[in-house]
Design a protein around this ligand. Sequence first.
Ligand code: EPU
Length: 422
Amino acid sequence: MDSIVVTGNGPLNGEIPIAGAKNACLALMPATLLSEEPLILTNAPRLSDIATMTVLLQSLGADAASLQNDKVLALSSHDLTSTRADYDIVRKMRASNLVLGPLLARAGHAEVSLPGGCAIGARPMDIHIDGLEKLGAVIDLKDGYLHAKAPGGLKGAVIDLAFPSVGATENLMMAATLAKGSTVISNAAREPEIVDLARCLNAMGAQIEGAGTDRIEIQGVDRLGGATHRVVTDRIELGTYMLAPVIAGGDVECLGGTLDLVASFVDKLAEAGVSVEETGRGLRVRHDGGRVRAVDVTTEVFPGFPTDLQAQMMALLTTAQGVSTLHETIFENRFMHAPELVRMGAEIEVQGGTARVTGVERLKGAPVMATDLRASVSLILAGLAAEGETVVSRVYHLDRGYEHVVRKLSGVGAKIERVKGT
Ligand code: EPU
């Protein structure tokens, strides 16, 4: 297995291009199942999760081609040959469950494996199921698969989500585009990826209003057509690379970034003593490499501080002046990076959903490993300013969500390389 070797190497300077959003693209791709006409996604990120979704869509009969160096995905679902999302694919990537709504709407039935637990928590699907049942689906669990049917077609309904789940909002929004009549999703997720999906669906002919607020209204239509859509910037990749010059010192412009995508994160950086400038081309972060002020962070749904930046923020706070606390409210088990950071000399106590981080002067490089995507990248960030060498193993987690991480960080002067495993 490959590993990444990072050596703390002083200030970083230059530009980092930010890719299209993984989590937007993973929701946009299944939208192809709603239409017989082609869906072209530009600014697609080059990630193994995108490859996994491609394989899933192909297993359902979709045609998928990667063009322009894999930055453009051309998808077409003229004829579906299957409505079954197999356990072998779903267990690798929970976002596979986003085919459920589109398949039900287009074919009237679907069999989708339950994803099972994942490294960051149990992550059930009850909110997706409740919502689809409100739209008229009948769903049974058999042999680990959700068997969903809508014999008379889906019908618009009022759905009040128990929690503003991102995936449930996406599944229901897609299903409702082809339902008869109008649907209202209240307590809907407001993440930028939801807005991006609604924009794409509307370009395909859907009638969706209110995406980005907690009340989304969808007027069902008879059919959807094709569209070409540019995937929104990845706000989590953006926030991750914005932290690099804060941790290592330097002056880095993250190209494609805008403040609206990361406002609560930028507020926390300001509280820690770091300012961010919107340049028109992206977000520029400058820092002298000195220790930041300790801050308290609570993860929340958008527009609050994103859970997907919690691990990276913790990496920064390990060397802050004072004691910081991080409260994780979205997932029950998302502090696996903490013991790894402790191996690098950090002082962290975790109790339930709260981590108390006492800032130390400097971290020391160490061999570390992580069990999820954001945890892995937090260890790379920590390694950028640590004394000596940090070796991060289990790099396949990183490949799921960060394209060309070595190229992007070495492009601004980091000493980082990927070492082939045996
Ligand atoms: N939840 C339920 N029941 C449901 C659905 C969700 O209890 O039916 C719970 C989950 O267990 C979790 C919370 O609600 O505790 C939030 O889950 P949500 O459905 O909002 O998350 P998701 O759609 O499964 C997406 C991202 C995650 C990101 C979360 C929160 C994708 C493909 N994934 O997951 O991204 O952390 O929203 O913002 O969009 C990542 O990229 O590293 C990642 C984990």
